[in-house]
Write a protein of this length. Structure first.
Length: 388
C-alpha cells in the first residue's frame, strides 16, 4: 500500500525534503503539512486521520524539542495506534528514548539522507496498519473565508450553524472579523461578552464559564465574537488555538466566520484547526482573482486541496453578462467547485429581518432544501450536490 504521510514541522526545508524523498516511492504522497507544532497538533492529526485512516505522522523535533515532544504525547493519547516517525539533528540516546517514550515508533536522523529515509519508509510499509476505532470524538471545525467583502460569508456561516443546531448538534459560532463584527449585526444582537473576555478566562475555562460568556441564538447555537469598534481588547493567536482546542472537546461543531482577513494570525489559527475551509466567492472577476491568491497562499502554507472547498454564493449556472461562468472558476482555480448556493429572495430578506433564513423552512422555499443539502455534503452526512 502506498505511503501516506502527515508532516509536522516548523521548518519549510524539512517538509520539502520529505516531499522530495517520497517521490521515489510509487503512489506515495504527503497528504497534509502542519507548520505549527503546538499543543493542539492532535486536533489536526485526528482530522487528517478521519480522511486518511492509514496515514502515518512524521514529526520534526529539531525546532523546539520540548514543545514537539509535548505535542507528540497528546497525539499519542488521542490516536494510540498511529505510526509516528520522529526526526531531529540530535540522534543521541536520550533524544531517541524521549521520542519513543512520547509515542514514536521510529526515528529519522537529520539532515535526511535518501537511504535512511527509504529504510524508515520500508519499516513503515511493513508495519501493521492502525486499527480503525471509528471516527474521532472531537468536534469538527468549519471555517468560512470570504474572497472579498460582500460575498455573503457571514450569511452562510450563520445559517450553516443554524442548520447544525436544528439537527441537534451542539454548535458554537465564532466571529473572527474584527472590523465587521458581522454575526452580531446579522442577528441584530448585542452580546454582553466577547472574545476578549473569553481570552481572559482561558486558564480557568469550563463549559459553564464559556456559555456564560457566549450568547445563545433562538435556533440553539452559541456565538461569540469581537468587541465593537473602538473598544480595545487582547485576543491573540495562542489564545485562539487554546479556545479551539477547548471548543472541539465540548461541542459537536465549531463554525468560524473568518471574514476576508486571511493575513491575520488569529484567523490563520482558526484555518489551521479546520476540518474544512469554505472559500466563498461570487461570480465576480475581482472575487475570483482574490480566491486564486488565497488558494495559492493556503496551499503554500501546507493546506491540501481536499481541505479547501470552493463555495460560490449567488450561483448562476448560466451567468448574466459580465459574470464569470462556473467552468471558468474551475479552470482558474484548478479546483472543482464544491457547491453553488443560488440567489434567493429568502436570503436577501433574512438580512433585513435579522434572522437566519433556515429558521422559517416553509417561508424560505426551495433555497432551504438546497442549503441543507450543502450542509449535508459539507459535514459528510451524504454526497449531496448541486450541479456546478
Amino acid at each position: 500500500m502506498p505511503v501516506q504521510l502527515l508532516v509536522a514541522s516548523t521548518d519549510a526545508h524539512f517538509r520539502e525534503v520529505v516531499r522530495e524523498n517520497l517521490v521515489n516511492i510509487p503512489g506515495s504522497r504527503v497528504i497534509a503539512e502542519y507548520p505549527d507544532v503546538a499543543e493542539n497538533l492532535y486536533i489536526r492529526v485526528l482530522q487528517g486521520l478521519d480522511r486518511y485512516p492509514d496515514a502515518a505522522l512524521v514529526i520534526d523535533l529539531a525546532g523546539n524539542p520540548a514543545g514537539a515532544l509535548s505535542a507528540l504525547d497528546r497525539v499519542r493519547d488521542a490516536a494510540p495506534d498511529l505510526y509516528v516517525v520522529a526526526s531531529s539533528f540530535d540522534a543521541g540516546r536520550e533524544t531517541v528514548l524521549a521520542a519513543l517514550r512520547a509515542g514514536a515508533q521510529d526515528f529519522l536522523m537529520q539532515p535526511v539522507k535518501r537511504f535512511d529515509f527509504r529504510d524508515v519508509m520500508g519499516r513503515l510499509e511493513r508495519a501493521p496498519r492502525r486499527s480503525s476505532s471509528g471516527k474521532s470524538q472531537l468536534g469538527k471545525v468549519y471555517t468560512f473565508l470570504g474572497s472579498k467583502g460582500g460575498v455573503g460569508t457571514t450569511t452562510l456561516a450563520v445559517n450553516f450553524a443554524g442548520v447544525l443546531a436544528q439537527q441537534g448538534r451542539r454548535t458554537v459560532l465564532v466571529d473572527l472579523d474584527w472590523a465587521a463584527n458581522g454575526v452580531a449585526r446579522y442577528l441584530n444582537a448585542a452580546p454582553g461578552h466577547t472574545l476578549v473576555e473569553a481570552g481572559e478566562q482561558m486558564e480557568n475555562m469550563s463549559l459553564e464559564v464559556f456559555e456564560g460568556l457566549a450568547a445563545r441564538d433562538a435556533l440553539g447555537f452559541h456565538f461569540i465574537g469581537p468587541p465593537e469598534l473602538g473598544r480595545h481588547g487582547y485576543f491573540t493567536e495562542p489564545l485562539m488555538r487554546d479556545l479551539v482546542t477547548f471548543l472541539v472537546e465540548k461541542y459537536d461543531a465549531v463554525v468560524i466566520d473568518a471574514g476576508r482577513h486571511i493575513n491575520k494570525e488569529v484567523v490563520m489559527a482558526g484555518l489551521e484547526s479546520s476540518s474544512g475551509v469554505f472559500l466563498v466567492l461570487n461570480q465576480d472577476f475581482g472575487a475570483l482573482r482574490n480566491a486564486q491568491r488565497f488558494l495559492s497562499h493556503l496551499m503554500h502554507l501546507g493546506f491540501s486541496q481536499d481541505q479547501i472547498h470552493v463555495l460560490i454564493n449567488e450561483y448562476q449556472k448560466t451567468p448574466q453578462p459580465g459574470a464569470v461562468p462556473p467552468e471558468h472558476v474551475r479552470a482558474t482555480l484548478n479546483q472543482p467547485v464544491f457547491y453553488g448556493i443560488p440567489r434567493a429572495g429568502a436570503i436577501r430578506r433574512s438580512s433585513r429581518t435579522n434572522r437566519p433564513f433556515v429558521e422559517d423552512r416553509q417561508g424560505a422555499g426551495a433555497i432551504d432544501g438546497v442549503f441543507r443539502a450543502f450542509v449535508d455534503k459539507a459535514t459528510g452526512a451524504r454526497n449531496a450536490m448541486v450541479e456546478v
